[in-house]
Design a protein around this ligand. Structure first.
Ligand SMILES: [Zn+2]
Length: 212
């Protein structure tokens, strides 16, 4: 039976590039894929944009309230479903992808961030970590040379600790830097006050509100 994969990594770990490479490999063998991403990621509009310059139009631009099966239509002949920015999926959409993998036997590969700039999980990522058959971490390097696991947000070039979970880089002077744990605590600060159990609920509400 096909598997649900979650390939996660911090910013700049090559997630979109890797996705486009996988899509290319299928298509080179005349196999059809569906490439999708969430509309919450406004960067590139309906295109995937990788930092090394690759671009590809998405087949499905997904709204948080969309039902995946309706949106994708007939899945016969589809060899693989590829999802970019999967942290922005709702938990229900992740559940749907899992059922597609298991019931229709189509592999689903999701690429996304594990956690936000406050080190908290995104609703979609949390569900993917719970359900995925295979987890794979994509690696990027911190400014100190260690493996970067966390995402720090900067506004106007300065690290910030507060703000909404979702702020797309390039908008409103927002940028991100991938950091290792030690550098995160050193430059951004302690994570202790953010550790509240309600955070994932609040995060989901925020993602859903964006489309109202
Ligand atoms: Zn570091």
């Amino acid at each position: 039976m096909a598997k649900l994969y979650f390939r996660y990594g911090a910013m700049n770990s090559g997630k979109s590039t890797s996705l486009m490479q996988v899509a290319y490999n299928y298509e080179e063998r005349d196999q059809k894929v569906i490439v999708m991403k969430s509309s919450i990621d406004t960067k590139g509009d309906s295109y995937l944009v990788s930092r090394i310059g690759l671009r590809r139009k998405v087949d499905v631009l997904l709204q948080p309230r969309d039902t995946l099966c309706e949106k994708m239509g007939n899945l016969s002949g589809i060899a693989c479903i590829l999802v970019d920015e999967a942290q922005f999926l709702t938990p229900r959409q992740v559940d749907e992808l899992y059922e597609i993998a298991k019931r229709i036997d189509i592999p689903v590969i999701c690429y996304g961030l594990r956690s936000d700039f406050k080190t908290q999980g995104f609703p979609g990522s949390i569900r993917l970590l719970e359900l995925a058959d295979e987890l794979e971490e994509l690696v990027t390097i911190c400014r100190c040379g260690k493996r970067a696991k966390l995402n720090a947000r900067k506004v106007g070039g300065k690290f910030v600790k507060d703000g909404d979970q979702v702020a797309i880089d390039g908008n409103d002077d927002v940028t991100y830097e991938s950091l290792c744990g030690e550098c995160y605590l050193k430059y951004v600060g302690s994570i202790l006050k953010e550790s509240t159990p309600e955070v994932s609920e609040q995060s989901l509400e925020k993602v859903l509100k964006l489309t109202k």
